[in-house]
Design a protein around this ligand. Structure first.
Ligand SMILES: [Zn+2]
Ligand SMILES: [Zn+2]
Ligand SMILES: [Zn+2]
Length: 94
């Protein structure tokens, strides 16, 4: 098993501040900044999620919509890492 345990990942990710990329308005393949809730598009679009992570020094992004299937990426670890505990259990919400 095993995704890297990443100390940058908060126990509870910030809530998304937008349902679109805050820079270009893209509405698909969005990335959430786990630190502050910034929403940006993925790297095969204009990469605003990545740009935010690097500029703001917020290393952890999650794929939207948030679910147990969301992936978590850390720009410090440069790889996929363990998702926040809150997302780990698929049936957490009732
Ligand atoms: Zn990390
Ligand atoms: Zn964008
Ligand atoms: Zn951020």
């Amino acid at each position: 098993m095993g995704l890297t345990q990443c100390e940058h990942v908060p126990a509870t990710p910030a809530a998304p501040l937008s349902d679109r990329c805050e820079e270009c308005g893209s509405g698909h393949s969005l990335r959430l900044c786990a630190t502050c809730g910034h929403v940006g598009c993925c790297e095969s679009q204009r990469g605003h999620g990545r740009a935010h992570a690097l500029e703001a020094g917020h290393p952890v992004i999650l794929s939207l919509p948030l679910s147990a299937r969301s992936f978590t990426w850390c720009y410090e670890h440069r790889g996929y890492v363990q998702s926040p505990a809150e997302l780990g259990a698929p049936a957490a919400k009732g």
